[in-house]
Design a protein around this ligand. Structure first.
Ligand code: 4AD
Ligand code: MG
Length: 477
């Protein structure tokens, strides 16, 4: 007999049929009610056992976490909170879960505790909801680009170039087979180079995406990227997924239009397709907020907040205007900025970004035309000679979610910028080629996928929206 998913069962199967489901036990109450979950939905199916008819040895294995195959009849439920339930005829135990040692018990576990159990935490409601929303967002991203004439481009993971010029790279080396793997002092022998050249894990697929945009027109990457920055925050990972569209013949305005439209599309998609999970995550947040003082609670609940984003325009402000606002601001009566911005040219700290978004404009903000000195070498220099056509999108509760720019397409200007930053031309000869042969205005941006998932799910820590987080502290899994 073909087994059905619990989602199918709960959304209209004919009653009184004999059915088979597979799943994991969430709870087993009163030796009678099994709540079974199979990941297809947040909801469990209640399976009612007549313990006198079932083998005791089998029932003893029905513990939280056990994997079961249940066969029985689908009937109308007498209990509250569910329409249907299964009258159990037979149970097959795929695998038990010893309650003495299985760590995920039917009680509230803290997110910190669950982080130590990254391989099992997805068996909880919170993590399964987050991961279903994450999957839906990934699907929506591909769908958006497909509908808008983009090609999916696969950037290399191992690369010789430092796309951001920030030196935050993981080096890729190989063990040196010619020499013994271990030196006398116990340290490991590495070959100096790979492919005869120093190589790293990519920090961004942008430079390679530019090459492809200059032939295919509109492309996007969606893959893992790596940053060896030692920042231990709730917004940074050493391995994160980035979406990077790159478009020939787009200037900065067109780039900003695309980024805004894209974010609204994918958030609308989850509003439409993940209602149950979002409602659960919203209730979870509301519960959490009850423990906070009134002033620290958010003004909007999760779903309302997502709708607010999809229904309102982002505010576009130049860096220079933002500095004026920050200079004249008083964050609130008691608190001052830790770093007050007095000088044009200073980089914004996350407290400034959050002030602009959460207190001043109270909506997402696109900051553009940044000082050239605080941005990467590839951004297009403005006529003023001191700002570049950069844009960052700042989100409430998150800070920077997107970083992008119009690219410097003029060979001579690009060479000058690289020289000023001591970037050798030999290192990026192929990138300079793109400016020698058929160069054109082009633009793109990078969206941090986990920051988007953070926003969509209302979770507070980036470690809780990626299956196996890599941070300086955590690479156990
Ligand atoms: O601003 P970033 O560094 O921009 C780039 O890499 C460009 N090459 C993108 C482009 O124009 N194609 O990174 C882009 C986004 C950030 O806005 C942020 O959302 C995310 O990537 N991000 C991180 N997310 C998690 N952990 C980290 N350590 C991140 N660093 C950047
Ligand atoms: Mg950035």
């Amino acid at each position: 007999m073909r087994s059905v998913s619990i989602k199918e069962l709960l959304t209209g199967k004919e009653l009184l049929q004999e059915i088979t489901v597979n799943g994991w036990v969430r709870t087993f109450r009163s030796n009678r009610f099994i709540a079974l979950n199979d990941g297809s939905t947040l909801n469990n199916i209640q399976c009612v056992v007549d313990f006198e008819k079932l083998d005791d040895a089998i029932l003893r294995q029905v513990n939280t976490g056990a994997a079961l195959k249940i066969t029985g009849t689908l009937v109308e439920s007498q209990g509250k909170g569910q329409k249907v339930e299964i009258q159990v005829r037979d149970i097959f135990v795929h695998g038990g879960a010893d309650p003495e040692v299985y760590p995920i018990q039917p009680k509230k576990h803290s997110l910190e505790f669950l982080r130590e159990k990254a391989h099992l935490r997805v068996r909880t409601n919170t993590f399964s909801a987050v991961m279903r929303v994450r999957s839906a967002l990934a699907f929506a991203i591909h769908q958006y680009f497909r509908e808008n004439g983009f090609y999916y481009f696969h950037a290399p993971i191992i690369t010789g170039s430092d796309a951001e010029g920030a030196g935050e790279m993981f080096r890729v080396t190989t063990l040196d087979e010619k020499n013994p793997p271990l030196k006398e002092d116990g340290t490991v022998n590495f070959k100096e180079d790979f492919f005869g050249k120093e190589t790293n894990l990519t920090v961004s697929g942008q430079l390679e995406a530019e090459a492809y945009a200059m032939a295919l027109g509109k492309v996007y990457t969606f893959g893992p990227t790596f940053r060896a920055e030692n920042s231990n925050t709730s917004r940074h990972l050493a391995e994160f997924w980035m979406i990077e569209p790159e478009m020939a013949f787009y200037d900065l305005d067109a780039n900003m239009d695309l980024a805004e439209d894209f974010i609204k599309y994918v958030l609308s998609y989850v509003l439409e397709h993940c209602e149950e999970d979002l409602q659960f995550l919203e209730n979870r947040l509301l519960d959490e907020e009850k423990t906070k003082p009134q002033a620290e609670r958010s003004e909007m609940a999760l779903i309302e907040k997502l709708k607010f984003i999809t229904d309102n325009n982002f505010k576009r402000v130049t860096y220079t205007e933002a500095i004026e606002i920050l200079r004249n601001s008083k964050p609130n009566k008691k608190k001052k900025f830790q770093y007050h911005i007095d000088e044009w040219g200073a980089d914004l700290q996350s407290e400034h970004e959050r002030y602009l978004v959460e207190q001043h404009f109270k909506c997402p903000v696109i900051l553009f035309d940044y000082p050239a000195k605080i941005k990467a070498f590839y951004m297009r220099l403005n006529e003023d000679g001191k700002t570049v056509r950069a844009m960052d999108i700042l989100f409430p509760g998150i800070g920077e979610i997107v970083g992008g720019s119009q690219r410097e397409e003029r060979l001579e200007v690009l060479k000058e910028k690289m020289a000023a930053l001591d970037i050798p031309e030999e290192e990026l000869w192929w990138y300079l080629d793109l400016r020698k042969f058929g160069t054109a205005v082009h633009s793109g941006f990078g969206l941090g996928f986990e920051r988007l998932v953070l926003f969509a799910t209302g979770m507070g820590n980036i470690r809780d929206v990626i299956p196996f987080p890599r941070t300086p502290q955590n690479a156990e899994f």
